[in-house]
Design a protein around this ligand. Structure first.
Ligand SMILES: Nc1ncnc2c1ncn2[C@@H]1O[C@H](COP(=O)(O)OP(=O)(O)OP(=O)(O)O)[C@@H](O)[C@H]1O
Ligand SMILES: [Mg+2]
Length: 326
């Protein structure tokens, strides 16, 4: 459904001394998305997510590379591409003055469906996205989360089989986010839709996506299923909270015996000390560790074993935490 090769975009910016400076927003990305896939495009602010999406949806011309979307070339067949897709932009596209229902119908008709179809489908989406009773309301009199859901309804009203969503859940409360996740999954299950979405929420990418592309500084640094990405991180994180800080060095020595990485000291709480390290196959190793600690008379306040998260993946790939960036 989506095939991009060396897709790149450079912007003319102004440097600090006001001299011209080229901003390499997207530095030649290859993307392949198969029919029926839900693919997440994950990266921190400024990574190049929106720029890539705008190129794929023909709203922005690439400075290099090529792409086909739904079988059409984004450079030479932009009309056909646009007719084949739904797009929900990061900033939203509702005009504040029009009434929500009118706007969604106009939008559907723009894409070639009849007024009646547009109204039926629009009202159905309002119900599914918890916008009941807001058909006659102007977007400017809606809450941020309601406006966001209206944007999403607009992008879906013509029943596209390929949908681009740019940070669909930013600004939604947890319940509305969960509801939208269900809705997005349903688009695939019930309508066979293909979905390409950007996010910087790790849990969202994890819960929703079959595959994740991680982008950083305009370059795709990883592409795999969430589970496979997490397996790349070597080992689970084992964290010991030692009741007596004086025993922390001894605990660290025992942990080091089973660890892949040098144990690090964590924050010390009230009278306790934390020691943590990555351990491959921690599930098998901790029983022995606890016995060894016990044999040396080291009392623990707690022990925690945490499976790698997507944030650990990002940290391993880029040396930075996505959580800090986002
Ligand atoms: N029209 C433009 N002119 C100049 N620079 C731009 C323009 N649009 C984007 N950029 C720059 O390109 C880079 C990538 O921006 P982009 O909007 O694609 O990031 P993003 O991954 O969508 O980030 P966010 O998570 O904040 O939405 C940024 O450094 C941005 O400042
Ligand atoms: Mg963006």
């Amino acid at each position: 459904m989506i095939h991009a090769r060396g897709l790149a975009r450079t912007f003319d910016g102004r440097g600090r001394g006001k001299q011209k400076e080229q901003v390499k927003a997207v530095a030649g990305v290859d993307i392949d998305v198969a029919e029926g896939e839900i693919v997440g495009f994950l990266g921190p602010n400024g990574a190049g997510k929106t720029t890539t999406l705008r190129m794929l949806t023909t709203l922005l011309k690439p400075t290099a590379g090529s792409a086909t979307v739904a079988g059409y070339d984004v450079a030479t067949q932009s009309q056909q591409v646009r007719r084949s897709i739904g797009y929900v932009s990061q900033s939203g596209s509702t005009s504040p003055e029009a009434r929500a229902g009118e706007e969604i119908m106009d939008h559907g008709m723009l894409y070639g469906i009849s007024q009646k179809q547009a109204e039926t489908r629009g009202r159905e989406l309002f119900e599914q996205l918890d916008l009941d009773g807001l058909w006659e309301r102007q977007p400017r009199a809606m809450s941020g989360g309601q406006r966001r859901r209206l944007d999403i309804a607009m992008g879906l009203v013509h029943d596209p089989t390929l949908v681009f969503l740019d940070e669909p859940t930013t600004g939604l409360d947890p319940q509305a986010r969960a509801n939208l996740w269900t809705h997005i999954s349903d688009l695939r299950v019930k309508r066979g839709a293909t979905i390409f979405l950007t996010t910087h929420y790790l849990d969202e990418a994890d819960a929703l996506c079959d595959r994740i592309l991680v982008i950083d500084h305009g370059v795709i640094v990883a592409s795999d299923t969430p589970d496979a990405l997490k397996r790349q991180v070597s080992g689970d994180l084992v964290e010991l909270v030692v009741a007596d800080p004086a025993q922390a060095p001894a605990a660290a020595r025992l942990l080091a015996a089973i660890a892949d990485s040098e144990p690090a000291d964590g924050a010390a709480g009230a009278g306790a000390a934390t020691v943590r390290a990555r351990v491959r196959g921690a599930g098998h190793e901790v029983a022995g560790l606890i016995r060894a600690l016990d044999a040396e008379g080291i009392a623990l306040e707690s022990i925690e074993v945490r499976r790698p998260t997507l944030d650990d993946v990002f940290l391993t790939l880029t040396g930075r935490s996505l959580r800090e960036g986002a």
